[in-house]
Design a protein around this ligand. Structure first.
Ligand code: NAD
Length: 497
């Protein structure tokens, strides 16, 4: 498309703005309006409805009814799979609309959406559809006169509360396995990225997901989010977002009906570089991408670079050169590699951390830029010689901000890597296979890489330890996250046996 084509489409686009409940876009009486603002240029895209607790109630009631009458869970597994495959195909067919919605909503490069995120969303839906008839239940050894089985049953109503940074992908990591196993879902998107979720709702219905099985409720965290976490008729809440909010969700889940809860939260992922690293160029490119992709607004972002003293200067020089290729620019230009910071508040938070920082030397960045007037943008920002105990090395900045610290030996490297309250991802760069093994084994993280970063795939469990929470998305294992086991003992004696 020509350079002006996407902005022109954005002008014409009329997004859905109300909740999708029981198979239809539904206005909720008494809903308050909130604006969704594009960080591309600070302009209002749409006014959305926050229906608060009544909207959450209506969605949960629809989901419960659909679950109880079995319109989805009792469908033949193959029929469920077929509908979900159709859903995945419709996501691909709606590539442009989804890309435009998310790019406008959170300022990510349209090309990132067109070439990666729409595909990954569709892949997640298709992957769990394909898995439906490949995971089997168990028959346990039993006496002749009885049958002993352990079967997996859907939990019921799943509330999925998701963040804005990879909104449709993370939503699909949750709703796809939940739907595949026969549950009903109420999805609560972030107030910053609601528009793509409402498109998904429409596509799910078009694909044939029965009414009430997949609901989307826009709204603020404190209203709709809290109401879902507290809801007495929700069987599980699966949350991805910040650690502080995740803990509130867990408290609300426990103090309401004791629903099952999965929390996936923040990260402060270390990348540990030893002097024996073999390919400094690939290292530098990977480090730059790990912190600058999505303008650093990634839970796995490799935000702490820990470098062995002898290789520090070379690594810094190469990382700076690699980072220079990431220039914030108009998200709606197909040439753009790095877009906007998702909101004014997000940018202000990053700048406040930088202003307060008293540790290290700022090598590049730190000042906002405005490639599109009125928008929120920050160039790659790199701070060297950072004390790992300082706030900038300990707090999740969630922006294109890399800190660099040095270490002397493996013991110190491991100490610094693990000296964080988070534990999502970690990587080690070394030419020694033994060291790669030792470090990957000892680093506190749910996902570790040696000589790579962000080698991700739908087949690999994703989640963390410590302050990141213990929830897991993705992989075959996710299917078990939305089911409970039922142990059945059927004695044939007295039953014609
Ligand atoms: P956030 O915690 O502010 O919001 C996440 C979701 O929770 C949103 O939908 C929000 O509306 C909702 N929410 C807010 N208050 C709530 C409440 N009181 N009760 C229930 N729901 C509430 O996070 P964010 O700013 O949207 O996303 C960024 C965060 O997400 C970062 O910390 C990032 O690391 C994390 N994240 C983690 C992963 C992972 O898999 N571990 C993936 C992506 C993002």
């Amino acid at each position: 498309m020509s350079a002006a084509a996407w902005p022109a489409r954005a002008e014409r686009w009329m997004p859905e703005t109300s909740a999708f409940i029981d198979g239809a876009f539904t206005a909720i009486a008494g809903a308050t309006a909130f604006e969704t603002i594009s960080p591309r240029d600070g302009a209002v895209i749409a006014r959305l409805e926050d229906g608060g607790a009544p909207a959450a109630d209506a969605a949960v009631a629809a989901a419960r009814k659909a679950f109880d009458d079995g319109r989805w869970r009792r469908l033949e597994p193959r029929a469920r799979a077929e509908i979900m495959r159709r859903f995945a195909a419709l996501v691909l067919q709606s590539r442009d609309e989804l890309a435009l919605a998310e790019s406008l909503d959170v300022g990510k490069p349209i090309t990132q959406m067109l070439t990666a995120e729409v595909d990954e969303t569709a892949e997640a839906i298709r992957w769990y559809a394909d898995a439906i008839d490949k995971v089997h239940d168990e028959v346990l050894p039993s006496p002749e006169h009885a049958l002993l089985t352990v079967t997996r049953e859907p939990m019921g109503v799943i509330a999925a509360i998701v963040p804005w940074n990879f909104s449709i992908i993370i939503a699909a990591w949750k709703f796809a396995p939940a739907l595949a196993t026969g549950n009903s879902v109420v999805l609560k998107p972030s107030e910053l990225s609601t528009l793509p979720a409402l498109i998904l709702a429409r596509l799910a219905a078009e694909a044939g997901i029965p009414d009430g099985v997949f609901n989307v409720v826009p709204g603020r965290g404190a209203t709709v989010g809290a109401a879902l976490a507290q809801h007495p008729d929700v069987d599980k809440v699966t949350f991805t977002g910040s650690t502080a909010v995740g803990r509130r969700v867990a408290v609300n889940a426990a103090s309401s009906n004791g629903k099952a809860v999965a929390i996936e939260a923040g990260g402060k992922s270390p990348q540990v570089v030893f002097e024996d690293v073999e390919d400094l160029d690939r290292l530098a490119e990977t480090v730059a991408a790990s912190i600058l992709y999505n303008a650093g607004q990634a839970c796995t972002a490799g935000s702490r670079l820990l470098v062995q003293e002898g290789v520090h200067d070379q690594v810094v020089e190469k990382v700076l050169a690699a980072a220079a290729a990431w220039v914030p620019a108009d998200p709606l230009s197909e040439a753009t590699k790095m877009g906007a910071i998702a909101s004014r508040a997000q940018l202000d938070g990053i700048l406040a951390t930088l202003t307060a920082n008293r540790s290290g030397d700022l090598l590049t960045g730190g000042e906002p830029v405005e490639p599109v007037r009125g928008g929120f943008y920050l160039p790659p920002t790199i701070v060297d010689h950072v004390d790992n105990a300082s706030p900038i090395a300990q707090q999740e900045v969630f922006g294109p901000v890399l800190t660099i610290s040095t270490f002397r030996d493996e013991a110190e490297a491991l100490h610094l890597a693990n000296d964080t309250v988070y534990g999502l991802a970690a990587s080690v760069w070394t030419g020694s296979l033994g060291r790669a093994h030792r470090m990957t084994r000892e680093m506190h993280a749910g996902i570790v890489w040696a000589n790579d970063f962000n080698a991700l795939g739908i087949d690999r469990p994703f989640g963390g330890v410590k302050g990141t929470g213990s929830g897991r998305d993705k992989g075959v294992q996710a299917l078990t996250q939305y089911t409970t086991t039922k142990t059945s003992w059927i004695d044939f004696r007295g039953a014609g046996g």
